[in-house]
Design a protein around this ligand. Structure first.
Ligand SMILES: [Fe+2]
Length: 205
């Protein structure tokens, strides 16, 4: 799933992998309605407007992201393309049946890298709560070693040559309606109840 949304413009808003009330009460249908139906959709709409009639319209989403990263005159396109990608990846990083233990093969790699699943979750929570302002916390595979990173605004592991396994959105729009300023409460509830270890394991194959 890390290779997602390929294909050229017009880019589409992929359907949510569950009903909009399926993550309640950790993430309410109200939050999901705005986050998916307004924020994610707007990134898709903006991207389509920005690339219409340009050479970029022939590229896959990942190709747009990697070819515009770090280019001062393409910041708007990069930001919208990356946010389209990040949000689709985030929805799949969550599951109504999430939390619990990772599949055995991933669990072993987590234990090798972090010592235990609990320490890995703590590192994810720390990355998510210490990201200043908007951004993302990620579990990544970097050269066959798992690690936790955080990125600001729309940035993502693809620009660093790392393979993302799962992510948590820590933009305020991800939690403010349900948790107001309590980002840590949102992050810990997501890690305990929703995080989709099976998706992370599939991305590590
Ligand atoms: Fe978001």
């Amino acid at each position: 799933m890390s290779n997602q949304n390929t294909g050229s413009a017009p880019y589409v808003l992929p359907p949510l992998p569950y009903a909009d009330n399926a993550l309640d009460p950790v993430i309410s249908a109200n939050t999901l309605g705005f986050h998916y139906g307004k924020h994610h959709k707007t990134y898709v709409d903006n991207l389509n407007k920005l690339v219409a009639g340009t050479d970029l319209a022939d590229l896959s989403l990942e190709e747009i992201i990697t070819s515009t990263a770090g280019k001062a005159d393409k910041v708007g396109i990069f930001n919208n393309a990356a946010q389209v990608w990040n949000h689709t990846f985030y929805w799949n990083s969550l599951s109504p049946k999430g939390g619990g233990e990772p599949p055995a093969s991933l669990k072993q790699k987590i234990e090798t890298a972090f010592g235990s699943v609990e320490v890995c979750k703590k590192e994810l929570a720390t990355a998510a709560t210490t990201q200043f302002g908007s951004g993302w916390a990620w579990l990544v595979n970097d050269g066959d070693k798992l690690q936790v990173i955080k990125t600001g605004n729309a940035d993502l592991p693809l620009t660093k040559g790392m393979k993302p396994l799962l992510t948590i959105d820590v933009w305020e729009h991800a939690y403010y309606l349900d948790y107001q300023n309590r980002r840590a409460d949102y992050v810990n509830a997501v890690l305990d109840k929703l995080i989709n270890w099976g998706f992370a394991a599939d991305n590590d194959k």
